[in-house]
Design a protein around this ligand. Sequence first.
Ligand SMILES: O=P(O)(O)OC[C@H]1O[C@H](O)[C@H](O)[C@@H](O)[C@@H]1O
Length: 541
Amino acid sequence: MSSSAPPPPPPNTPRCDAVPAWQALQRHFAQQARHFDVRQALQQEPGRFARMALQAPGVQADLSRNLLDAQAQALLVALAQQCRLDESIEALFGGAALNTTEQRAAWHVLLRCPADCPAEHPAMAQALAQMRASQQAFLDFAQQVRADERITDIVNIGIGGSDLGPAVVVQALQAYQMPGKRIHFVSNMDGDDLGWTLRGLDPARTLFLLASKSFGTAETIVNAQAARDWLLAGHGCAPASAGQGSSLPEAQRQLVARHFVAMTSNAQAAAAFGVQTVFPFADWVGGRFSLWSSIGLSVAMAIGAAHFHALLAGAHAMDQHFRHTPFEANLPVQLALLDIWYGNFHGFASRCIAPYSHGLRRLPAYLQQLEMESNGKGCDWAGQPLPLSTAPVVWGEAGTNCQHAFFQLIHQGRQIVPVEFIVLREKGLGSLAQHRALQANALAQARALTVGKHDGPAHSHCPGNRPSTMLVLQRLDPFSVGALIALYEHRTFAAGRLWGINSFDQWGVELGKGLAKQILASQDAGGSQIADADGVLAWLQ
Ligand SMILES: O=P(O)(O)OC[C@H]1O[C@H](O)[C@H](O)[C@@H](O)[C@@H]1O
């Protein structure tokens, strides 16, 4: 969306609790569905697995182990229809100003449009052209760096959406990573993060990628300054003071320009820091949806431009599925409806993500930001307090590690936690026997949750009837990973629209940032303004 063409307004669609299907679901839940027994359903309902198996690009899903009967499923689809979710989906693809508190579109789907993607309207044609030029520039640069043997270490400095997306993808696609280059991610304000990362690195062979949409995030700026000091010190120069980048002596300026590049929407601030190579992206790219933009530069450096295009192709295929598949077979929509069913009817407060894949071990952390920052909201887009729960608490850990940690609670604890298993058909490194055992463990956990155990001493009983979903990827390749992440993006968007939420802002994050500044000022003033309630500050002096 170019700045000269204001995005169209979002559609005025109803919230989920304002449509007739909501009341019908409440009645169905109270009268019948809360007693639903998935063990029995799996035994007695012929074709349940086939009926509840969904096929999306790169991802197959088995929903049959969920606490969902045919009537609830039909009513949930009716709910999505009555909320006119199709209009919201069209608005996303049409670049409407869905981010109502910041009057911005959320047009990340445009970033994965293939070269022959037609522009839907003139503003989109302009945005596409700009996007293509900046995409080509950062992919070309990634190829150059890959070919440059002098660079051995690439350090991405960013936080939140400027860290988690690229970090999870680089880790997931380790098999595609070129040898001879190490990619590091530094996010935490704690100096140990950067400090330990830089230990043993050669300043002459290190390239820093400053990833920050705003180029104003405290953690990123502090780490960038410390990295610049390290670079200068490594070349025998004194540290530069904060913000001094553009007024450094010429030799030092050149050094900074050679070793730092930035991916940002705020090119001016990056230039003031001393960065001369900037890969911009449009302000309609939200931070947690930005890995497809130049924020994904570390990914492109790790796997190369061709594989980066395959990642985009996977996401685009999921976009098409989301946009064009009827709700009954639409995987992101079905997963969003499950969130509504579990959160608003069953009252389950959290969802566990268990990827049975070492490569996907950071996916839970990524999804925590995507889902909880997007939909952890308490008021709707009209400014009304929401009388219903929104995003579940998302948590998890890779399998089989999770089995030896918190799965005990999921099997026998008092609260019910729907689990999302992610399993790969094809093995990575390691033997086929290892891979089969990994798969068997995921299937065993899902079955154990369903059937439970009802004999033997009481302490060994497991109630069973605990819900789970199984997502199956062919293998951990760029296409499948792109599709998987886009699946979660769209699920989050669909659930947010049904709850009446603006999924694209994050005002709750701002409060603490402001208070941190105040506390820092108080520390700088010797703690003289410490309030009684902040006695701990005195302990820390
Ligand atoms: O990319 P940046 O502007 O540095 O923002 C980094 C992150 O920080 C913010 O506080 C938000 O919580 C995130 O949504 C964002 O991704």
